[in-house]
Write a protein that binds this ligand. Structure first.
Ligand code: GUN
Length: 291
């Protein structure tokens, strides 16, 4: 079994990005600049954004964290987006999701300048991705594709079952895996909460990408020997043995599944760090479109 180590691979790719920044920018060009907008005090979002900002420092990017109270109005948030769109010294930015319920996420997403949309969520980028044109790819699917490529995982002709159909992960990774690319060229099934005979379907998969947000959902009896498993889930479960009272687990019952797999990502330390590395890569690309 190959452990697909997102921490180790991210460290390698991040050092490559840092080297590019050093070589390209020297003392003459300002470094790439990413901003993150964080609305409210969702602890998971705070942790994700903190990690994104920390990763910027690691590779020599400038970063700006813009924190707003959960009571921000739709028009105030849109005003901020327009300022970020107009800012000359900013290459890309993200608005961390989820947003408070009174905010219309779709309107916010549509207001982001596609050339600064390093999350790849704007329809301009998402549509270009669907058409196989160059675009910013959403960070989690992009991180997964980078991981499959660097570990030289063969995907061509394989049956890939994607569990989950979110706009952020399930739908875009299914599209990318089906494209005429390497990695890609897979035969893709999207499974979701209404799918019939899920255990049988999963057993027919050679690649499983689990992104449904249910701890330990994929059990050993749902997996055929030799499967490649990408676990996107990050779920908190109670753990009195842990000083924090909880621990993070994926959507896959890792301990019981791992020995059946050809390759598997751990949680934490699998897809999570790759997502952030992909965001850095997108920010570098946004920067290079200007400089
Ligand atoms: N919330 C969960 N994943 C993401 C992501 O990739 N980008 C943003 N902006 N919010 C998220």
């Amino acid at each position: 079994m190959i452990l697909l180590d997102g921490n180790k691979l991210s460290a390698k790719i991040r050092s490559e990005i840092a080297a590019r920044v050093g070589e390209y920018c020297g003392n003459t060009i300002r470094p790439p600049h990413l901003a993150a907008v964080l609305v409210g005090d969702n602890p998971a979002s705070q942790a994700y954004v903190r990690n994104k900002i920390k990763a910027c420092e690691e590779v020599g990017f400038t970063s700006t964290l813009i924190k707003k109270d959960a009571s921000i109005t739709q028009s105030q948030l849109l005003e901020l987006i327009h300022e970020l769109n107009a800012s000359e010294d900013l290459d890309g930015y993200i608005v961390q999701l989820p947003l408070p319920r009174h905010i219309d996420e779709e309107e916010v997403n549509l207001a982001i300048d596609p050339s600064k949309d390093v999350d790849g969520f704007h329809p301009n980028n998402f549509g270009r991705m669907a058409l196989g044109m160059s675009s910013f790819l959403p960070a989690t699917p992009m991180g997964i594709m980078m991981m499959l490529e660097r570990y030289d995982i063969q995907t061509e002709g394989k049956h890939c079952v994607v569990l989950g159909r979110s706009n952020i992960v399930g739908t875009p990774i299914a599209l990318l895996m089906s494209k005429k690319t390497k990695p890609g060229n897979a035969t893709v099934t999207i499974a979701h909460s209404r799918t019939h005979h899920l255990p049988e379907l999963l057993r027919s998969a050679q690649i499983i990408i689990a992104a449904l947000g249910i701890p330990h959902f994929v059990k050993a009896d749902m997996v055929s020997p030799g499967t490649v498993i990408i676990d996107v889930g990050i779920n908190k479960i109670e753990d009195p043995a842990n000083a924090k009272g909880y621990r993070l687990v994926g959507d896959v019952d890792f301990d019981n599944v791992k020995d059946k797999c050809a390759a598997i990502t751990p949680v934490p330390g699998g897809v999570g760090p790759m997502t952030i590395t992909a965001l850095l890569e997108n920010t570098w690309r946004a920067f290079r479109q200007k400089f």
